[in-house]
Each structure stands twice: as structure tokens, then as C-alpha cells.
Design a protein around this ligand. Structure first.
Ligand code: MRU
Length: 348
């Protein structure tokens, strides 16, 4: 498969530090931040310098490297205890994206068995997590693109691309692969209020990689589907419960309801690191609520009537019954409401 529609990388390890493309400034400015402490990485995750479940996991893994490095420098005798405090801050940065917890657990296991200076061993593991994420995305790209039988236009929500992952993307990876294979003509992207991941990030990625994109206000999605313009809705996930319910960016649920109403297929694309076997169903997924000002303001400028309150859940849950396919790097589950995602977890 051609990777020509894939030029962006937002997370990099360079010169013994983590380099993050500051996603708060896109698309107006492309600036990288250099982070040298785990605390700075936790703040970058919390403040959305880096966002998107898999990218948060990759950034956190590098954060563990920074935590262990400074803990070792301060005192080789009790470096693990010191490191744990920093891991607590990383883990608390955002609650819904389970890839964060998954990456910290994986790094913690390696940290617990390492002897001597942990720096190199942990860096090796973080780089593996990063590289495996890109490989998983490419595999999901192939599997998801194969589900699109007739050339069509697709609708996506939020940003699930290179910016949201180690690189290539989940839902946007499927879109990249399917576009390269001639199965997608145009991508419709919901602007994704309030943080505008669709307008600012997805549109930017697709324009960079020369894939035709049309933006719409989130409220226009149902009408677009009603006009028969969409073959598939393709989205990512922040956490998939054992029964196949999916937490993803606020607005995903209403898009799924509209898709079912109009007979449009609905695909969720996520690596198995997004599956949380300890969460039985969607009702048990913790949903992050973000500051009211994200809704009351636009680009830092007030737009709402002064005195109004705002409700700002960052994610919603789409029940498995509204999902036609969950695509992971380990395979595809069709109609997840029938059997959940247990089989993918069982394979480990
Ligand atoms: O708040 P964000 O921007 O981190 O939310 C991101 C999403 O909801 C994505 O759809 C999800 O993390 C999948 S990214 C491959």
C-alpha cells in the first residue's frame, strides 16, 4: 500500500527530550514544544498540546522515561518510588482515554524488572510502543479499507489522524488507505465543537496530504446523510468497553443515531490498546468534563450571552448496537452487539 498520503508526525523523541507539535496552535501556527520532565508531559496532555487517545499513550510512555531518568539521577536507591509519584500525575492528566493507563502499565512492568540505570531500557520500550502504534494503524488501514466495498464519500468526527496517534491514524488511517485504493472520493469532516478538532486538525491533515475534505457544522451531519451523500461514518475511540460500547468525542453518539436512521454504516477504528476489558459496558466509562469556557468562548473570545452556564462533556458513549464494525489491528468485529470484543482481548 502507498504511504504517500502520510507526511505528519506530532510526537517525536529527539535530543533526549520529548518533542510535541502544539495542537492548540494549529492550523495557524506549527510550533513544537520540547519537554524534559514528566510533569511537563502531564501538563501537555491535560492542556491538549497532545491529544487523541493513542498519541496520549505514546507521549505518556516517553513521560515515564523522563520520570525514571530524573528519579535515577536524584537517587539510584529509591528511584522507583520517586518515579511512581510522577506516574500518578501522568495517569491523572485525562480520564477517558484508556491508552494512557495502558501505556503507563506497560512501562511500569519494564521499570519493575530493570536492573541499574533504567533510562535506555525504558526508552527502548517507549519507542516500541510508538512504533507498534504506527504499525497497528497501517494494519487497521488495510482491514478497514477492505470493508468499503463501493467507492463512496465518508463522514468522520474529531481528529483521529497522525496528530492523534503515533502516526498515520486510526479512522483517518482507514480513510488514508481507502483513498489511496480509490475507494473514497471525498471526506466530510464534522467541525467538532467545542475544541474544533475537525475544523482545525482533521481538515489540516487532509489538506496537507492532498485528500479532498469538506467541513460541516456538526449539526449538519444528519441532513448530509439524509441526502444520501455518505457511504460510511468512520470514527476512532477513546475507550472500548468489553461489551463493545465505545466512548469517543462528544457528538459521535448523535452521528451514530443519525447513521442508523439513514441506513449508513458505522465503523469504529481503534487499536486493542483502546479496549478496556475491566470496563464491562459504556455506563462504567469515566467521561471527562472540560471547562465551561470551551463552550462559552471561541478562540478565546466570548461568544455566549454573559451569565449563561455551559455543559461540556468531552466524550459520549455509542452503544455497540449502533456500530456495524469495530476494526482493530488484531481483526474486525462485525456487529459487536452480538458478541462484544471479548475475543480480541482473549488473544491478548
Ligand atoms: O479530546 P481529544 O481530542 O483527545 O479526543 C480525541 C478523540 O475523541 C478521538 O476520536 C480518539 O481519541 C481517537 S484518536 C485516534
Amino acid at each position: 500500500m502507498s504511504h504517500s498520503h502520510d507526511t505528519i508526525r506530532a510526537v517525536e523523541w529527539r535530543d533526549s527530550a520529548l518533542r510535541l507539535l502544539d495542537q492548540r496552535l494549529l492550523p495557524q501556527r506549527q510550533e513544537f514544544l520540547k519537554l524534559e520532565t514528566a510533569e511537563a508531559v502531564a501538563a501537555a496532555i491535560r492542556d491538549m498540546v497532545v491529544r487523541g487517545a493513542p498519541a496520549i499513550g505514546v507521549a505518556a510512555a516517553y513521560g515515564v522515561v523522563l520520570a525514571a531518568r530524573s528519579a535515577w539521577r536524584r537517587g539510584p536507591a529509591d528511584w522507583r518510588q520517586e518515579m511512581e509519584q510522577e506516574l500518578g500525575k501522568l495517569g491523572a492528566a485525562r480520564p477517558t482515554a484508556v491508552n494512557l493507563r495502558w501505556a503507563l502499565e506497560r512501562m511500569r512492568k519494564v521499570a519493575h524488572r530493570v536492573e541499574g540505570d533504567p533510562g535506555e531500557v525504558l526508552l527502548h520500550e517507549a519507542k516500541r510502543i510508538h512504533a507498534e502504534d504506527i504499525d497497528a494503524n497501517r494494519r487497521m488501514g488495510e482491514l478497514g479499507a477492505a470493508l468499503i466495498e463501493e467507492p463512496c464519500s465518508v463522514l468522520t468526527h474529531c481528529n483521529t489522524g497522525s496528530l492523534a496517534t503515533g502516526g498515520f491514524g486510526t479512522a483517518l488511517g482507514v480513510i488514508r488507505a481507502a483513498y489511496a485504493a480509490g475507494r473514497i472520493g471525498r471526506v466530510y469532516a464534522g467541525e467538532t465543537r467545542p475544541w474544533l478538532q475537525g475544523a482545525r486538525l482533521t481538515a489540516w491533515e487532509l489538506v496537507q496530504d492532498r485528500i479532498p475534505v469538506t467541513l460541516l457544522a456538526d449539526g449538519a451531519a444528519a441532513w448530509l446523510m439524509g441526502k444520501g451523500k455518505i457511504g460510511w461514518v468512520i470514527v476512532g475511540a477513546d475507550r472500548i468497553a468489553a461489551n463493545g460500547d465505545v466512548a469517543n468525542k462528544i457528538g459521535t453518539y448523535s452521528t451514530a443515531v443519525s447513521a442508523r436512521h439513514h441506513g449508513v454504516k458505522f465503523m469504529v477504528v481503534a487499536p486493542t490498546s483502546t479496549i478496556d476489558p475491566s470496563t464491562p459496558d459504556g455506563a462504567s466509562i469515566p467521561i471527562e468534563h472540560r471547562p465551561e469556557r470551551e463552550v462559552l468562548e471561541l478562540g478565546g473570545e466570548p461568544v455566549a450571552a454573559r451569565g449563561a452556564a455551559a455543559w461540556n462533556p468531552s466524550f459520549d458513549v455509542t452503544p455497540a448496537a449502533l456500530i456495524d464494525a469495530i476494526v482493530t489491528e488484531k481483526g474486525v468485529v462485525l456487529n459487536p452487539a452480538m458478541r462484544g470484543v471479548e475475543e480480541l482481548i482473549a488473544e491478548g
